[in-house]
Design a protein around this ligand. Structure first.
Ligand code: UDP
Length: 332
């Protein structure tokens, strides 16, 4: 029995690999290294460079390693980029995933876990959003992920494969043992940008909009530690392997922080008072997205790192580690 992790050389995938390898699982990583890094892949697992839509390659991996479960992280994740280049998102997140699912069905894979996103909800109110909320993604990114959710629901109904969909809220932090962290070149995510600014890699950073209908006017997000996120996948895998039904679950803590609160926390944790300007809104940003976490907690998920300062501290430590590497990924 083995687990295929697509995108296992990327940010979240590399943490999933650590979780599975620590648990003694046989793991194969499939990654095309377009945004991932081979050095992020734990040495205990097999690494295959290639594309998820390469049916011959994926079929061989499934057969060679007796793959019973696929955890599919590979994809494109930058919301503003998806607005400028939607077809890239429909190719990488939707079309390529369709091909991967087909190969999995043909290869007799029993379980498929998919990285979805809170972006499938679109503009929601200030209350925590439950999995049953109306889905109205505004960005091509969110739509490209939602289309795959629909495919998986139909596939799970038609074929003997159970599917788990996890809708990620705002993932941040790094492996507590500093074996992996967010390393993507040109990252745009708030905590990453803020720690890079603290370290002087950027002269200043912007807060995108301060006139939202939130307590301090800046956007509110549910920041989840990457180690807690991957432990949710492990729990879901266990559920499916024990015969549990296909399901869709939010991955967040059920509480939010504003952009200003995050920036203050980064300043407090690093002890560095960096330059922050308040700029215009970023197109497509909902005012607030906070998870209702009841469903995943009912499955037995017990997060260990629900602490914004701790998340920031680990992100900061990883960023400092990257500075010691001479192949440090570009920040732009
Ligand atoms: N944000 C910001 N400045 C930045 C990066 C992000 O003000 O340099 C804001 C962004 O507008 C959003 C929040 O931080 O309100 C979280 O954005 P991020 O890109 O981290 O994740 P998203 O919620 O878009 O998935």
């Amino acid at each position: 029995m083995g687990v295929l992790v697509t995108g296992g050389a990327g940010y979240i995938g590399s943490h999933m690999v650590l979780n599975l390898a620590d648990a003694g699982e046989t793991v194969v990583v499939l990654d095309n290294l377009v945004t991932g890094f081979e050095w992020l892949v734990d040495h205990r697992v097999h690494f295959v460079k290639g594309n998820v839509a390469d049916a011959d390659l994926v079929a061989k991996v499934i057969g060679d390693h007796d793959i019973d479960a696929v955890i599919h992280f590979a994809g494109s994740v930058v919301v503003p980029e998806s607005v400028d280049n939607p077809l890239k998102y429909y190719r990488n997140n939707t079309a390529a995933t369709r091909d991967l699912i087909e190969t999995c069905v043909k290869g007799g894979v029993k379980h498929f876990i998919f990285s979805s996103t809170a972006a499938v909800y679109g503009m929601v109110g200030l209350e925590p959003v439950s999995e049953d909320a109306v889905l109205h993604p505004v960005s091509p990114y969110g739509k490209s992920k939602l289309m795959t959710e629909w495919m998986l629901a139909d596939v799970a109904a038609a074929h003997p494969m159970t599917c788990g969909v996890l809708r990620y809220f705002n993932v941040a932090g790094a492996d507590p043992q500093m074996r992996a962290g967010q390393s993507t070149a040109g990252a745009t995510h708030l905590i990453k940008v803020a720690v890079q600014t603290a370290l002087g890699h950027r002269d200043k950073m912007s807060v995108f909009g301060d006139d939202y209908p939130t307590p301090d006017g800046t956007c509110v997000r549910d920041y989840i530690h990457v180690a807690d996120l991957v432990s949710a996948h492990a729990l879901l895998l266990d559920h499916l392997r024990k015969g549990g039904e296909s399901t869709t679950m939010n991955c967040g803590y059920g509480r939010g922080f504003s952009v200003d609160e995050v920036v203050s926390t980064v300043k407090a944790v690093t002890g560095i008072d960096f330059a922050v300007e308040h700029g215009p809104r970023r197109p497509g940003d909902p005012a607030s997205i906070v998870a209702s976490a009841d469903r995943i907690k009912a499955l037995g998920w017990t997060p260990r790192y629900d602490d914004l300062a701790g998340i920031v501290e680990m992100a900061y430590r990883w960023e400092k580690y990257l500075d010691t590497r001479n192949d440090r990924p570009s920040i732009y």
